[in-house]
Design a protein around this ligand. Structure first.
Ligand SMILES: [Zn+2]
Length: 247
């Protein structure tokens, strides 16, 4: 038997009979890890609060026969403001579902961990612009997963885009200049501000990533590009998204 300690966010919970639970943590140390929480659904269990979705905590566990049994939790933040706002709950659930479905078990991702913590703190304190938080989250995740689109120069000839002629090709996953663009590329024309927003999200330090706003028109265009990138690169369906698209 070995003992381990991780710091992370509960991104999934599966309730079992006998009041047990299997929780999936996205941790700083090891990426995605599963822990078996005995009697965690019991109202008197010391694990009751700490094994709920979105909880940010340190977890001590012991491994036996390749199962990690939860021994102790110290909660860092339960993100209570998210839990009392139905819209925020669904956004947070979507962020976690996205993470769970796009990352393998024990795929180390320290930067991804910092980003998800940062995103939940931002969502917790957000008064408006929740749709922008979603767009930033998705594009940065796509980039951290290794599918960064080319948003600084032409994806075919590598030259800088001249003037305001920004066209984005999903096929080539990046911008195309006037000379390289062909009808077969089915590229969409983008506003300069949309391209700047994408550059900012992909290349700025994590602690500044949420510090900007966009007009509804630009956000709509950014949404279009991100939807296309998710379809091509992530190729998953998210059950939380059906609800989100209605609100
Ligand atoms: Zn070109």
């Amino acid at each position: 038997m070995s003992i381990g300690k991780i710091t992370g966010i509960v991104i999934k919970e599966v309730k079992l009979k006998e009041a047990d639970k299997i929780i999936t943590i996205f941790s700083k140390e090891m990426g995605k890890v599963q822990l078996y929480a005995t009697r965690a659904q019991n109202i008197k269990s010391p694990f009751l609060a700490g094994t709920q979705l979105f909880t940010y905590a340190s977890f001590i566990y012991s491994s036996k026969n390749s199962i990690n049994f939860l021994n102790q939790i110290s909660i860092i933040n339960g993100f209570e403001k998210i839990k009392f706002d139905i819209e925020k709950i669904y956004y947070a659930m979507y962020f976690l579902e996205f993470l769970d479905k796009s990352v393998e078990l024990e795929y180390p991702g320290k930067m991804m961990f910092e980003f998800i913590v940062n995103t939940l703190y931002t969502l917790d304190g957000a008064k408006e612009d929740v749709k922008l938080i979603r767009a930033i989250y998705e594009l940065k995740m796509i980039s951290l997963l290794g599918y960064t689109p080319e948003v600084t120069s032409c994806v075919k000839c590598d030259k800088e885009i001249e003037g305001d002629n920004y066209h984005f090709s999903f096929e080539d996953c990046g911008l195309l200049c006037e000379k390289c663009i062909e009808p077969i590329d089915k590229a969409i024309k983008l506003n300069k501000t949309t391209v700047y927003a994408m550059q900012y999200i992909i290349y700025i330090e994590l602690n500044k990533i949420f510090l900007f706003t966009l007009t509804p028109e630009i956000l709509k265009e950014l949404r279009l590009v991100i939807d296309g990138l998710i379809k091509i690169n992530i190729n998953q369906s998210f059950r939380t998204l059906d609800f989100l698209n209605e609100i």
